[in-house]
Write a protein that binds this ligand. Structure first.
Ligand SMILES: *Cc1c(COP(=O)(O)O)cnc(C)c1O
Length: 446
């Protein structure tokens, strides 16, 4: 497989697709869907299917759009690494000065490897290990967001043992319903995340007295793919009330982390309005004099990625037509996990109306390996290429090798160039990790 490929011909002018809401980096040229200046059919030929394809221009454009909305308020942007943790994607953001929100030691390694200064990295997550906390302190991360009294004690102990003061914020559970799918809702009082808002003042006061802890602020994160912005207003207003209460008790609060969760539009749905998002930040926390940051993941990367797959077989079930494609739930888990639905584009111009809607399903032995029913793909044939849109967040980063399937390649397009930024990882590599012990009798994989 070629490591880097540069297509020599100059890209023709990109004609925008007519459907509203579609990412600008995808266009049809001579009937073939292109990612920026590169034909997706050419990439498929070169790297095989399925593969993820990201647009560097769209990543940069999204960051510029978000920072132009919230930057004037002094709000810093940290990319939630779990949405798309590919080193080359992180590098695009790091180069622009974007901070990172991480939830594991592995994500810390990636954020640092991408060139993000430790001073722009925030460590979130409900179950950090002692080892991860120690590594975060040694690296000198900007802040650790603490999610429980028990975790605060461990942070204090590790900080003392290393002789390094820990800068922390307390993650508040504001008991707000984000109005999104139950499996991506994180701030109702029955959720495992954060510290119940009523318990925060006492814990904050305790943290303020700890010699090895510097407790500087509060954090919230209410959920993901939030479409209606009013839950943000409720959560941030509650946070502001808490800041005033803590200050009245003589405590110092200088930092606020407002979390991620900003949803994207899909198809003809426009998605939340950034100006409104910024206005809510200004109205709820703008007068507190705190250093404020947000941690969007999906908003920054989802629309910059697609998953390209090939139709393997068409079959007629009882009452439904199926197209079995070569991508599966291990490659793109969101439909199985969250009932998510990704718009689908045909890579070649559609063949005219199909008689019936078609269910796109993967090869995995699970009924939930089902991407949903699509009416607008035209008549499909074996060998057709399809692209799942809005797959740049929680796509590749959630993928697994279930059914001993390979991790699929990730490709980054920039103008008329494309580059494989993660190679296909198949059983040849994975079997290396399963070398036999002396008594198991498994043959050596070589
Ligand atoms: C997942 C997560 C985010 C990002 O969520 P998006 O919906 O992708 O914006 C931000 N902060 C924390 C703490 C998270 O767990």
């Amino acid at each position: 497989m070629p490591e880097a490929l540069a297509l020599s011909s100059a890209p023709p002018a990109i004609a925008p697709l007519s459907t509203p809401g579609q990412p600008r980096w995808l266009s049809r040229q001579d009937g073939v869907l292109h990612a920026e200046g590169v034909s997706l059919a050419d990439i498929a030929q070169s790297v095989g299917t399925p593969f993820y394809c990201y647009s560097a221009s769209e990543l940069r454009r999204g960051y510029a759009e978000l920072t132009s909305a919230v930057g004037p308020l002094g709000v810093a942007v940290c990319f939630a690494v779990k949405a798309n943790s590919n080193l080359n994607v992180l590098t695009e953001f790091a180069r622009l000065g974007c901070g990172m929100d991480i939830v594991s030691g592995g994500e810390m390694d990636r954020a640092l490897a991408a060139g993000t200064p430790a001073s722009r990295i925030i460590f979130s997550g409900v179950g950090k290990t002692r080892d991860e906390i120690g590594r975060a302190l040694e690296a000198g991360l900007h802040q650790i967001n603490v999610e429980s009294a028990a975790e605060l004690d461990v942070v204090a102990e590790v900080a003392q043992s290393l002789g390094r003061r820990a800068t922390v914020a307390l993650r508040v559970n504001p008991d707000v319903d984000a109005g999104t799918h139950a499996k991506i809702t994180t701030a109702r009082k029955d959720s495992k995340f954060g510290i119940a808002i009523g318990d925060v003042p006492a814990l904050y006061a305790r943290a303020a007295k700890m010699p090895w802890v510097e407790c500087l602020g509060l954090a919230v994160h209410i959920g993901s793919q939030v479409q209606n912005l009013s839950p943000f207003r409720h959560a941030w207003a509650a946070l502001a009330g808490l800041v005033r209460q803590l200050r009245a008790e003589g405590l110092t609060v200088t930092r606020l982390d407002l979390g991620g969760g900003l949803g994207i539009g899909s198809g003809a749905e426009p998605g939340p309005d950034l100006a409104e998002y910024a206005r809510i930040i200004a109205e709820t926390v703008g007068d507190l004099g705190c250093a404020v940051n947000v941690e969007p993941g999906r908003w920054l990367s989802a629309r910059a990625g697609i998953l390209v797959t090939e139709v393997l077989y068409l079959k007629q079930g009882d009452g439904a037509g199926f197209a079995v494609v070569d991508a599966a739930m291990n490659d793109l888990m969101r439909p199985a996990l969250y009932d998510a639905r990704h718009p689908v584009l045909t890579v070649h111009a559609p063949r005219g109306a199909a008689p019936l809607p078609c269910r796109l399903v993967g090869p995995i032995c699970e009924s939930s390996d089902d991407f949903g029913s699509y009416a607008d793909l035209g008549e499909l044939k074996s060998g057709d290429l399809l692209a799942f849109d809005n797959a740049g967040a929680y796509g590749a980063s959630m993928s697994s090798t279930y059914n001993s399937r390979a991790l699929v390649p990730e490709v980054l397009v920039d103008g008329d160039r494309f580059r494989v930024i993660r190679q296909r990882t198949g059983t040849d590599r994975l079997l290396q990790l399963e070398q036999p012990g002396p008594w198991t009798g498994a043959p050596s994989a070589g």
